[in-house]
Write a protein that binds this ligand. Sequence first.
Ligand code: NAD
Length: 343
Amino acid sequence: MTHTIHAEPLTSLCRDIFAAAGTPDDIAAIVAESLVMTNLFGHDSHGVLRVKQYITMIRSGMIQPRQRPQVGKRFGATAMVSGGYGFGQVGARFAADLARKLGGEYGIAAVSLGQTTHIGRLGEYTAQIAAEGLIGIGFTSGTMYRGWVTPYGGRERVFGTNPMSFAVPCLAGETLLLDFATAGVAHGKIVLARAKEKPAPSGMMLDRHGNPTTDAQLLDKGAVLLPMGLHKGSGLAMMMELIPTLLAGHRPIIAPDFHFGNPTLLLALSPEAFDDSTDFAAQVDALKSRVKAVRPAAGFEEVLLPGEPEARAYARRVCAGIPLPDAVWADLRELAKELGVNL
Ligand code: NAD
């Protein structure tokens, strides 16, 4: 069963819950907006489902709600940002803004974000860079507490779900956005399936004996997630684990207590710095049109572009509202009651 609610009241509710838990109003607004936007784009695994988790983390001291990001080291077009274990969404927005500015100045920029809690939807920040006419690339070591994903051929949790994202500017201020976990499926989607008492998608999990399973309830009983794309996804997951983590200054990489946070590396590339032609966005649109014109294979109705499923979910949900599983709605109501927030 679901409870449908429009984006605006949902954003206010989440903002008020964070504020009542000691978050400054501007930070509470950024985090609420980011989570609800993620629901609007159809990725419920990274939307307001997280409010309860974040409040628990504030209460245990894992999220410092008043902390604001700061630039640590700067060298040319590179910078290290520390989130100070404040909200990851705030740190990642700050890092993306810095990458965008440095990319505009130097033609290319790389900004790492360390000491960060969960940043949510990585594509939000690469799109923020692309909105200014630059190419945005993001790598995240997507581990909050411990790894979930086994290397190809194994059955032990080593990697986070480690997303990567590419955002490319198009004509008319639009963005071509690719944004995915290097696990076959984001961990949050199994959590969501578990909350809805539904099976996990097939081919994404092994039970603790190393046999394929779709039982989402096994998540806390030793199951492991599989990387996407067999050995190739496993290799990408390893790179996403290494590169942002080490460039954000986290060490040692395999200590048992290492896995806290969401170290992220954001790159910004200015097309004009590489090539004097001014038709970058037009060329992107030409390829998009070519891909859209491809005849569908058996079993498909059309070829979709990266970002199209999200744009369609947005168009639907912005009008019809966001369907929340009853369990998620019950958690929000419970939190509102506990914190004295008016529903
Ligand atoms: P997904 O598998 O639903 O889709 C990922 C990408 O594939 C999107 O760019 C989408 O537009 C594209 N896509 C989907 N269907 C398509 C189709 N039929 N044709 C063409 N393109 C298609 O996403 P996911 O891997 O479950 O990730 C979901 C979200 O979770 C992402 O926003 C990611 O950043 C986030 N995430 C965050 C963390 C973290 O630690 N912060 C970890 C994992 C995932």
